[in-house]
Ligand binder design. Structure first.
Ligand code: ARG
Length: 461
């Protein structure tokens, strides 16, 4: 049987086998078939309304497309060798309805078809990623809720800086994900436009009602220039960019937990269900989930870089280079959907180790509290900073915590120091002194938990 092809009339020679292999995209774009059927059905309705099909033809094509969908669903396309998904769908449609299938692509090009399909695919992918982000956000908020009283060092530059709580740290990783949900929603809104009816580049020769097609496909607005719309893939790049940011956030979280899970810190205990062993070292309990989450970010960022470099230098309009967009997009979405549930599970099951966290607190971390108290007594902050710095240096030279410096030594630096040191209070007192909104105090943390619980419960706005 002759191979079904969407082109060829002007050729005398069949395509070389090496070209066929290079040109084929079915192995990548097969997953677009449900969207190709949807856009084809919208197209059938549009060209029927424009007078290209009579009612009987419209019904045959539309029902035929449904039967093609049923066949593809049950695996009829699994070993297909068509050039791409659009060719596959048309070939099967011929099998279902005969020659009337030849009317389907009246006034339509694969150029407006593929970008329409891809936009529809992206909208579903965004919904899937968003619901995983929601779940991951909820896992962090739930860790935070049970860690409101778990005091630990807060770090900057990898150095112990000030006491905070486990809740505060978990929330610091939840806020970026809330912003990412907003980014996904923005990307979804911007990409929800309909290029269908713009054909190869210059618009369709059939006077279809593009508004009606867009409504049928659930798209919000029309692409306004066919040359732009058929060649534009910034919606793919934008989604990859958002996934790149998501992956970067997840990678930062994973990297931090990786440190905390080490024996040296011992701040968290990962569930065995999310660890693997070593083939040589019997004692090992490796946090692979965290390492892989970190590594998947590199891969997704690679997809983004690949997509941007694919687009740069292309003139307006469709160029076959763009066929490579899908493997990058699908890889990034698949990788995201593989990573997010795993890291979420690990976070749901991990246990903070409160006493290890507390052991890591060091009274030098109250240096800022001391400086603030000197300021309250009328010293300028710059001077107070210097005086407390001197105190820290003395503590270091005596190898004692800041709070154990003998009173007579402390008072040589500033007469108020012995009293102020005596009134520093507990770690919690120090945390509560940082009461600005968004700070580490209990009230602020509880407010953040409330806000984020709402954010991760609702649809993004
Ligand atoms: N498989 C192609 C792609 O993904 C479909 C569009 C082909 N268009 C064309 N004029 N050959 O980009």
């Amino acid at each position: 049987m002759e191979r079904h092809q969407l082109w060829g009339g002007r050729f005398q020679v069949a395509p070389n086998a090496a070209l066929v292999e290079l040109n084929e995209s079915l192995s990548v774009d097969f997953r677009l078939w449900p969207y190709d059927i949807r856009s084809a059905k919208a197209w059938v309705a549009a060209i029927a309304q424009a007078g290209v099909l009579d009612a009987a033809e419209e019904s045959r094509l539309s029902k035929g497309l449904d039967r093609v969908a049923t066949r593809l669903e049950r695996g009829d396309g699994d070993n297909a060798t068509d050039e791409d998904v659009h060719t596959l769908v048309e070939r099967l449609l011929y099998e279902e309805v005969g020659d009337v299938a030849g009317k389907l692509n009246t006034g339509r090009s694969r150029n407006d078809q593929v970008t329409t399909d891809l936009r529809l695919w992206c909208l579903d992918a965004i919904a899937a990623v968003d619901s995983e982000l929601q779940a991951l956000g909820n896992a962090l908020v739930s860790q935070a809720s049970s860690g409101v009283d778990t005091v630990m060092p807060g770090y900057t530059h990898g150095q112990r800086a000030q006491p905070v709580t486990w809740a505060y740290v978990m929330l610091a990783h939840a806020w970026p994900l809330a912003r990412d949900r907003g980014r996904l929603a923005d990307a979804a809104d911007r990409l929800a436009e309909s290029p269908l009816g713009l054909a190869a580049l210059a618009g369709s020769g059939i006077a279809v009602d593009r508004e009606q097609i867009a409504r049928e496909l659930g798209l919000k607005r029309l692409s306004q220039n066919g040359l732009d719309a058929t060649g534009a893939r910034d919606f793919v790049a934008e989604l990859l960019f958002v996934l790149g940011i998501v992956a970067t956030h997840v990678s930062r979280l994973a990297g931090e937990l990786f440190t905390y899970a080490s024996a040296e810190y011992g701040f968290v205990r990962l569930s065995e269900a999310y660890c693997t062993g070593s083939s040589l070292l019997p004692q090992k309990r490796n946090p692979d989930v965290l390492e892989l989450a970190r590594a998947k970010a590199s891969r997704i960022l690679g997809d983004l870089a690949g997509m941007l470099s694919l687009e740069r230098g292309l003139p307006a309009g469709y160029n076959k280079d763009l066929q490579e967009d899908k493997s990058l997009l699908f890889d990034a979405v698949d990788t995201t959907l593989l990573t997010l549930p795993a890291i979420r599970g690990a976070i749901e099951e991990m246990k903070p180790v409160a006493d290890r966290m507390e052991m890591a607190l060091d009274h030098t971390m109250l240096a800022t509290d001391l400086a603030d108290q000197l300021v309250a007594g009328g010293v300028t902050f710059r001077e107070a900073h210097g005086l407390v710095g001197n105190l820290v240096r003395v503590a270091e030279s005596l190898s004692v915590p800041l709070t154990d410096i003998p009173a007579e030594t402390a008072s040589t630096i500033h007469p108020e120091f012995p009293t102020l040191i005596g009134s520093l209070g507990t770690w919690r007192d120090s945390i509560e002194r940082r009461s600005t909104m968004g700070g580490a105090s209990k009230q602020s943390v509880e407010r953040q938990i409330e806000l984020l619980t709402q954010q991760f419960a609702a649809d993004p706005t």
